[in-house]
Write a protein that binds this ligand. Sequence first.
Ligand SMILES: *Cc1c(COP(=O)(O)O)cnc(C)c1O
Length: 421
Amino acid sequence: MSSKHFPFTRQQLSEIVERFPTPFYLYDEGAIRANAKRIARAFSVFPGFKEHFAVKALPNPFVLKVLADEGFGADCASLPELVLARRAGMSGEDVMFTSNETPAHEYVFARAQGAVINLDDITHIDYLEKACGVPELVSCRYNPGPLKDGNVIIGRPEEAKYGFTREQLFEGYARLREKGARRFGLHTMVASNELSGDYHVETARILFELAVDLKRKIGIRLEFVNAGGGAGIPYRPEEQELDIEYVARGMRRAYDEIVVPAGLDPLGLRLEWGRIVTGPYGWLVTTAIHEKAIYRRYVGLDSCMSDLMRPGMYGAYHHVSVPGKDDAPRTETYDVVGSLCENNDKFAVQRQLPRIDVGDFVVIHDAGAHGRAMGFNYNGKLRCGEVLLRPDGTLMRIRRSETMEDYFATIDFEALAAFDA
Ligand SMILES: *Cc1c(COP(=O)(O)O)cnc(C)c1O
């Protein structure tokens, strides 16, 4: 069981919305900091540990600055993400550039910034060399294929577009060494939203074994392995949260069994966890603006899937609560929906909830990762802003809502007026 918490009462929210009208995202800085400390403490059993927060999960530089202050680096996959990490004070090798199908100018930019380039394919060795030369430190992404099961969000490794095969890795590191690389990292990412601790330990074990093989067979001594992201969170109240300490201890045990006897200690451990770092500490706060009853009963919110795509995209469950009615009996069955002209725009489907009245606040939980970030503008929908709850209890706007000017910013209306259709 995991408990579903929201930091404000209905009364407090009615005051907050005078400053920050719904919909908006709310993030709890104190809870994010406490969680970051817990992760760092658990993995301090490793000689060299670094967590590179996956920027795509919550690309807000205020939150990134908080995480940098907690000692975290970043994992970036595009040029704008590299810029965000740098603006937040994350620099040099604290930034992993784990991209795929990467354009040359992004490699150039990443190298100039001193980020650790993590190659997604063997053909990118020559591509990188041509773009900006091969840096001293390079990492390669491994796809274990049939050696590892995947899960529904990320799919099976065998069908995944990412990474090198095992054979390609041996050839790739040797080629990188010929081209001047001297320091090496190994990366993999095989799971998404995975709640099994053993699954994560097993991933680290695969990387440790490969580190030993690379040393024995081709004399490449890795500086670090990076087990990627994918740590799950209990979206459903009946799910159990991932035991971070169990994962860290299990990985350390595998390290003692595999890495230490091979004489490869110290070997750094890096992670690119995103979801588990901020996910549970973010909420999409909305207001019920309509109620309709046809073949089913619907509650219509002042938000839609352009603010939170996960339910529509993956059929993902997000817990829904109604501040002020936490203890009310769940007597009603609703589809809780947004305003997009797409019938999968549903935050909850056939959900048992207390009676919801127009004007009630409706809170969507566990929206602190892969939430606002996945938003879009289809149907002319403007994405909502973001608010940070500071540890001293004050609220700070860390991103305003989009305006029509933002939406039209890419159109030249003078050219339109002069355009003879
Ligand atoms: C998405 C992603 C992550 C973060 O995944 P989470 O599920 O948020 O932990 C980390 N690394 C890479 C390469 C990714 O694509």
